[in-house]
Write a new protein. Structure first.
Lengths: 419, 137
């Protein structure tokens, strides 16, 4: 194998093994920064040795053993972790003393807990959301600082700083890296789900970030969701989020036209929707629905996405069910934007009059006062009710409010049509 | 990116294959690994070619030939579809399939719509776009 080929092979091994490696090291050394350093050192060892020796049969176990030797070395020389070092060195030494098969068993037995522990650590509630996102993508996704920076349109030093600070915060607060117990699990899981969905949306929405990195972010979020659902299979909202992401990702190929402009859901070519991801999404939704719990926000959104996925055309969509789900979602989130979506769905299900009645109370909503879609939706409903003068002024208002030039052309055209 | 891993069991005759408990268990563990790593999208095993058929289209004629097919060693036995960040990562997974002997794994990248030029994407368009309405993308 050439050096370049070995390096790509090592990078691939790193992507597969790094989360377990860092998670396992966190369990042993109790410090996220130190765990990452040790894992990186092991990687450097591999980069030096594997080009000559070849990639070992069990690269994950090799990296773990290398990292543990570094850990003992470091701790004996007393560079970090003042008090517990000897004790730790002995504990690691004892693990290393185990013979081959037993050693593998010790490693593999706790692998799942280790990855879960790392997820909770990266999404620790004492960290700001943006710090959680950066740390998760770096330590669990194995993304480089530069990849993360490009995905979120911020400078590389900013991301690097965020990661360093986040690790320091956790160390200084002596954060516990234990897996939360039953009482704590809900909110801690909520924090992890929030981070995963935020990464997914950053990749899915066409609002920011460089084009090539967006699918990477969305795929990474999906991968993290699929990993998490295997680790905590009894949680409805985890299945719900995975279902939601699979179903939304199924529309990825149909969301933009040849010129790269966004295509609205109703106008999408359903032949381009990914049947495999739809099947996976519906299966995940089925698992979520079978778990007894009050419907959470991710499952409700997945149920709405499923209504679209099941419909052969926009006209054949079950708008009544969508309306009901949006109602439930409005109750949970209290979001005026969700309430607006509910009004649109109700108009599709029961006619423009019903839709308009639901839109009217939203006009006093301060957070929607500059929102062009409120004006655009209201204009559409008024036009369908034959109230053309009012419709025209709403379309004109929407055209003034939107920041998207193509959208503005469209809205101006609709205003002109209301003659 | 997505890859298909095709498995060629490389059997002398298709009748040779009987499920070996240990081999099946090892494959089960491997599939579980793929699932837990969040990379597995789908997988299936295929019945012997005696239950299949080939359809040829030469000279504008559709000719159906029932299985089994002669070149037993070159027959596909099943597939996985995995999603990875790179070809190297897919290769690393392919290398971990717990098999031996004459078995061969073939790794092939799956086409995404965006891999095609615009005019081909246009030609693949299936339905007439209905008028825009809903909020979501």
């Amino acid at each position: 194998m050439s050096d370049a080929a070995t390096h790509s092979a090592i990078e691939a091994v790193w992507r597969i093994e790094s989360a377990r490696l860092i998670g396992g090291l966190v369990r042993i050394v109790g410090d996220l920064g130190l765990a990452e350093d040790l894992a990186q050192d092991a990687l450097v060892d591999a980069l030096r040795r594997w080009p000559e020796s070849g990639v070992p049969e069990k690269p994950g176990a090799w990296l773990m053993a290398a990292a543990k030797f570094r850990a003992i070395d470091l701790l004996r020389r007393g560079r970090r972790l003042e008090q517990r070092q000897e004790e730790l060195a002995r504990a690691i030494g004892a693990e290393l003393a185990l013979a081959g098969a037993e050693f593998d068993a010790v490693i593999s037995e706790s692998i799942e807990d280790d990855v879960l522990r790392l997820m909770f650590a990266c999404c620790h509630p004492m960290l700001a959301t943006e710090a959680r996102v950066a740390l998760t993508l770096r330590l669990l996704g194995g993304l480089t600082t530069s990849e993360i920076a490009r995905g979120f349109l911020v400078g590389e030093p900013t991301i690097a700083q965020r990661i360093v600070r986040a690790k320091r915060t956790l160390t200084q607060a002596r954060a516990e890296f234990a897996i939360p117990d039953r009482n704590e699990l809900g909110p801690r899981l909520g924090s992890v789900l929030e981070v995963i969905y935020l990464v997914f949306n950053e990749g899915y929405s066409a609002s920011a970030g460089e084009d090539w990195i967006r699918p990477t972010l969305a795929e990474e979020a999906l991968r993290l969701g699929r990993i998490l659902v295997e680790l905590v299979p009894g949680e409805q909202e985890v299945h719900g989020l995975v279902a939601l992401m699979e179903l939304q990702a199924s529309r990825f190929g149909a969301r933009t036209d040849a010129a790269g402009d966004p295509v609205l859901l109703a106008a999408q070519d359903r032949g381009r929707w990914d049947r495999l991801l739809i099947a996976r999404g519906l299966a995940a939704l089925g698992r979520a629905e079978r778990l007894a719990a009050p419907a959470g926000q991710y499952m409700l959104q997945a149920q709405i996405a499923a209504c679209h996925a099941r419909a052969a055309s926009a006209e054949q969509t079950d708008w009544q069910e969508i309306t009901e789900r949006y109602e439930a979602l409005t109750r949970i989130t209290g979001s005026p934007v969700v309430a607006l979506n509910r009004a649109v769905a109700a108009a599709m299900a029961f006619g423009p009059e019903v839709g308009l009645a639901l839109v009217e109370p939203l006009r006093g909503e301060p957070s929607l006062s500059g929102y062009y879609l409120l004006a655009s939706v209201r204009g559409d409903l008024l036009a369908r009710l034959g109230r053309t003068d009012e419709a025209r002024s709403e379309f004109e208002r929407a055209a003034r409010l939107t920041e998207n030039s193509r959208e503005r052309e469209l809205l101006t055209a609709r205003a002109t049509a209301c003659a | 990116m997505r890859f298909m891993m095709l498995i060629y069991p490389g059997l002398e005759s298709e009748g040779d294959w009987t499920p070996d408990v240990e081999a099946v268990a090892a494959m089960g563990r491997y599939n579980e690994e793929l699932t837990k790593a969040g990379v597995l999208l789908a997988l299936d095993g295929l019945h012997p070619s005696s239950e299949g058929a080939r359809i040829s289209f030469a000279d504008g004629k559709r000719v159906v030939t029932d299985g089994p097919f002669a070149e037993t060693k070159e027959l596909v036995g099943g597939y996985w579809i995995i999603q990875t960040k790179s070809k190297e990562e897919a290769l690393e997974w392919a290398k971990r399939v717990p098999i031996g002997g004459d078995v061969v794994i073939e790794l092939r990248r799956i086409f995404e719509m965006s891999d095609f030029p615009a005019e081909l994407q246009e030609a693949a368009q299936l339905s007439e776009p209905p008028p825009a309405q809903a909020l979501e993308h």
